[in-house]
Design a protein around this ligand. Structure first.
Ligand code: CTP
Length: 408
């Protein structure tokens, strides 16, 4: 899901190609984007807001005020929320209004307050497309920094054939993906190591000590770093969740804490950033049995445990200048204080605190509620409840800021 965590405003104006916007919306959502649809009054004549609201999971924005409550729809907020605005289809009329600032509908006011890049997919009849007015307006938009997508030749709604068709939804999706991957390549040339998932410590050939970690936070981090150009080594403990990861992420599957340490040791020397997101078992059975332990009518039994190596602390000792180590702290109480303690003990540059025992955060959840604490100064930044991919984005942003600050 290459658009995971991206916020997109999809503007729809009144052209026949509006029916294709439903497909575009579905493709964007399938890629993980959150989409807010904004329609012009005539856009609603071509495809219903009900369809677009159902597909996007959000009420469509179209009027300046909600008719029944008088609530004001803030185009300014949309401009701050969005990472990209796409106008598809962009009719000759909407293109003209965008070029001249005729702010008489929500789509144009949203465009005029957009802080994010804007992409238009023109769609109209061949003569309208070829008219000097449209050419001039499109040139104005290009000059204003708008990304104007191609309008290929083909059969048009009028029955004529020529240039002016809207790009197919799949092609618009490709343009959106290219846009985002070109935009943020701040990890290009960097190697990132991520540990994730639980570890399994053998008691005997059929039993183990483990935990409920799903590895989802580590998958989100790996996908985020990879999408920003990094080469990623994901050292992954045994999790039942199958990660959907970009092909550029190298996955090293391990079982126990000792296996994980070995794999981290093999990859740590080369990495620029190491994020320790795994839930490593603190102890392992001292003498795992070679054959299955029999019941033998025992009322109680004890297993002697021995401490596992602390992988993050061990790499903290090996850290060279310029390397950044990041750890996680899952805490039930005294969160910030304990997290800072861990950061110091393990020689981390950053620690990500997440609460334990919370349904919408931590193990197995798709969301997390994190506080990012960085050195120097132990500055703590508490974030609201976010998807794990949005958390990963915030963590990657903070690491990038840290390495920038270290260069100065
Ligand atoms: N960690 C590690 N190796 C271990 C234990 C922990 O690499 N053997 C890493 C985790 O991946 C995490 C950080 O250290 O980034 C903190 O892990 P956590 O389990 O919260 O802390 P512990 O040091 O185990 O302390 P405690 O269990 O007492 O809270």
């Amino acid at each position: 899901m290459t658009l995971q965590g991206r916020h997109i405003v999809l503007g729809i104006s009144g052209g026949i190609a509006a029916y294709k916007s439903a497909t575009l919306l579905r493709l964007l959502i399938k890629e993980g984007a959150e989409v807010q649809v904004v329609m012009t009054p005539s856009g609603k004549e071509f495809i219903t807001p009900a369809t677009m609201a159902a597909l996007s999971g959000k009420p469509v924005v179209s009027e300046f005020f909600a008719a029944n409550t008088g609530e004001w729809h803030s185009h300014v907020d949309l401009g701050l929320w969005a990472d990209l605005m796409i106008v598809a289809p962009a009719t000759a009329c909407t293109i003209a209004k965008m070029a001249t600032g005729v702010a008489d509908n929500m789509l144009i006011t949203t465009y005029l307050s957009a802080k994010e890049p804007v992409m238009v997919a023109p769609a109209m009849d061949l003569d309208m497309f070829a008219h000097p007015t449209t050419r001039r307006n499109l040139e104005t938009l290009r000059g204003d920094g708008v990304i104007v997508l191609d309008s290929p030749s083909g059969e048009l709604a009028s029955g004529l054939s020529g240039k002016g068709r809207m790009l197919e939804p799949e092609q618009i999706l490709e343009a959106v993906k290219r846009h985002f991957s070109a935009l943020q390549q701040d990890y290009s040339g960097k190697r990132v190591l991520v540990t994730a998932g639980p570890t399994r410590e053998s008691i005997d050939p059929v039993r183990y000590i483990g935990n409920h970690s799903s590895g989802k936070m580590g998958f989100a981090l790996s996908a985020e770093f990879a999408s920003r150009g990094a080469e990623v080594d994901l050292i992954l403990g045994p999790t039942p969740v199958t990660p959907e990861l970009p092909a550029t992420v190298r996955v090293h599957r391990v079982e126990s804490a000792l296996d994980m340490l070995k794999s981290v040791e093999e990859n740590y020397g080369e990495c620029d950033v190491a994020v320790f997101a795994a839930a490593v078992a603190d102890y392992r059975p001292l003498h795992p049995a070679e054959t299955k332990i029999k019941r033998e009518k025992r009322e109680t039994m004890s297993i002697e445990l021995v401490s596992n190596p602390d992988i993050a602390a061990e790499m903290g000792r090996r850290k060279r200048t310029g390397q950044i180590n990041v750890g996680f702290a899952l805490e039930t109480d005294n969160g910030v204080e304990n997290a800072i303690g861990k950061m110091q003990r393990k020689n981390l540059d950053m620690v990500v605190l997440n609460p334990a025992g919370n349904k919408d955060a931590g193990f197995n959840a798709d969301t997390n509620r994190i506080t990012i604490i960085t050195t120097p100064g132990n500055k703590a930044r508490e974030l609201p409840l976010l998807s794990k991919r949005d958390c990963a984005k915030a963590i990657a942003d903070s690491i990038a800021a840290l390495s920038e600050a270290a260069k100065r």
